[in-house]
Design a protein around this ligand. Structure first.
Ligand code: NAD
Length: 496
């Protein structure tokens, strides 16, 4: 059985632990690898190696750091399919979706290649007589990242390339449910010429995360995962005087106005609701149909019923299994709750299986209508292939529902009215808004800007905000004397 290695000080090493977590194929729950729970000593080695590497890496010219990212981008593209196969084997994602997961990460590396221009400071000449002020962007030190199971390529790539391009070093604790994908990313990073110790990877769960939140050598913590864990990590990291950015759960609404293009709406809602088995933080889990648009709900359910889950290499499969038997039981429990609390189940995927893979974590596409905000299926993040439809009378009512929801990751509106779109865009309290675009994930020259319970912190992932998160600004006020020193001592606050 393959034991997933750790990456410490440039070496891929087998852990000396006796404690392992099974990594399984979600299509049949067979164990495919074992993730070690790194020992205290290994955690110490990983952090110490990152600390030592920072002393040299921070002095490597920014252009050379960018070139590592250029080679890394080329290697990731060359190996995109190999990474996607590993990713599909441990997440169950379809091959195309797995390639998309890798691709969205490659785009962040492309952004990290631009680091020289993104690290430009500011300058003003002659702020006072003979005095110039300018600022430099400098790296912070050792940074840490803790990532979830649902994007095992994209989300680690949101973090370490940007942090390392800025001159920092990094300790990554990936999800214990699919740790082989990030190890492949790390192999390619080393091949791209990253020096030993710049990226370190430890595995495990809560016990391995804790030292990353408390060790004073770590300056910034990035986390992506569920709300309770995100809150814990934000509180602990900031209580230990670290910077923290914690991306958490979501409940994304799509508002469908009656003047929208019906074909466009229905096609887009199919993929954005049940694609990736609904295990995307930007998946549409609530469709709010306004006025006459409510008549489209049965046809939407009919179209979603045509999506069939299947194996990663089945070209006809719309999506794969959910990640674990526990995740499946959670989603089935919520579907049952939806029925018990009075929502109308138009399409029920509770009983779905794939012949020959009866042990897998399959859930068929599921659609509810008549959902109201007091129902459990509305309040909880389901993270499964389940779409809740509700009907409302007006855009104002829709805005009120969306704004009362505690999450604020993503939302979309479908309409042909510029005025409705603008009203929604301006007033909705959600950080990423799509107009006739169902899942508005920003490309990496922008930032990934969730709000409310979907994000704790202030500076977001990738784009300019990531540069600020992973750096310090140093502002220099300088006087080079052109003539004799004028005057005598100055006892006031003025520098003139
Ligand atoms: P999770 O919170 O269970 O785990 C995330 C990471 O935290 C893992 O590495 C895990 O080992 C670690 N962890 C788990 N329990 C911990 C604890 N008690 N203390 C410290 N660390 C702990 O999340 P998941 O199930 O892997 O991922 C799904 C969740 O991630 C969903 O809620 C989804 O919405 C969210 N997510 C959010 C975004 C976003 O951008 N907002 C993106 C992707 C996923």
């Amino acid at each position: 059985m393959h034991k997933v290695p750790l990456l410490i000080n440039g070496e891929f090493v087998e852990s000396s632990t006796s404690s392992y977590i099974d990594v399984t194929n979600p299509a049949n729950n067979e164990v495919i690898a074992k993730a070690p729970c790194a020992t205290e000593q290994e955690m110490e080695q990983a952090i110490a190696s990152a600390e030592a590497a920072f002393e040299t890496w921070k002095n490597v010219p920014v252009t050379e750091r960018a070139r590592v990212m250029m080679r890394y981008q080329a290697l990731l593209k060359e190996h995109q399919e190999d990474i996607a196969k590993i990713l599909a084997s441990e997440t169950g994602k379809t091959f195309d979706d797995a390639k998309g997961d890798v691709w969205r990460g490659i785009e962040v590396v492309e952004q990290a290649m631009n680091v020289p221009s993104m690290m430009m400071g500011e300058t003003v000449e002659n702020v006072a007589r003979g005095i110039d002020t300018y600022s430099y962007i400098q790296p912070l030190g050792v940074c840490a990242g803790i990532t979830p199971f649902n994007f095992p390529a994209m989300i680690p790539l949101w973090m370490f390339p940007m942090a390392i391009a800025c001159g920092n070093t990094f300790v990554l604790k990936p999800s214990e449910q699919d740790p082989q994908t990030p190890m492949k990313l790390a192999e390619l990073f080393m091949e791209a010429g990253a020096p030993a110790g710049v990226l370190n990877i430890v595995h495990g769960g809560k016990d391995q995360v804790e030292p990353l939140l408390t060790d004073p050598r770590i300056k910034a913590v990035s986390f992506v995962g569920s709300v309770p864990v995100g809150q814990h990590i934000y509180r602990t990291a900031t209580a230990n005087m670290k910077r923290a950015q914690c991306f958490a759960g979501a409940k994304n609404h799509s508002v469908i106005m009656p003047d929208a293009n019906k074909e466009h709406v229905l096609n887009n809602l199919v993929g954005s609701s049940v694609g990736a088995a609904g295990q995307r933080c930007m998946a549409i889990s609530v469709a709010v149909f306004v006025g006459e648009a409510q008549k489209w709900i049965p046809e939407l359910a009919e179209r979603i019923s045509k999506v069939k889950p299947g194996l990663w290499d089945d070209k006809d499969a719309g999506y794969g299994p959910v990640i674990s038997p526990q995740a499946k039981q959670r989603v089935l429990g919520l579907i049952q709750k939806g029925k018990d609390e009075g929502a109308e189940c138009l399409l029920d995927g509770s009983d779905f299986t794939v012949p020959g893979y009866e042990n897998g974590n399959w859930i068929g596409p599921t659609v509810f209508s008549g959902v109201t905000p007091d129902m459990t299926i509305y309040k909880e993040e389901i993270f499964g292939p389940v779409l809740s439809c509700m009907g409302l009378d007006s855009l104002e009512d829709a805005l009120e529902v969306v704004n009362n929801n505690p999450y604020g990751n993503g939302t979309s509106i479908f309409t042909n009215s510029g005025s409705a779109a603008r009203k929604y865009q301006r007033n909705v309290e959600v950080g990423q808004v799509g107009i006739n675009v169902p899942i508005p994930v920003p490309l990496p020259f922008f930032s990934f800007t969730g709000w409310k319970n979907s994000f704790y912190g202030d500076l977001h992932a990738y784009g300019k905000q990531a540069i600020r998160f992973y750096s310090e600004t140093k502002t220099i006020t300088s006087r080079w004397l052109e003539d004799d020193i004028p005057g005598g001592p100055n006892l006031t606050i003025s520098i003139d």
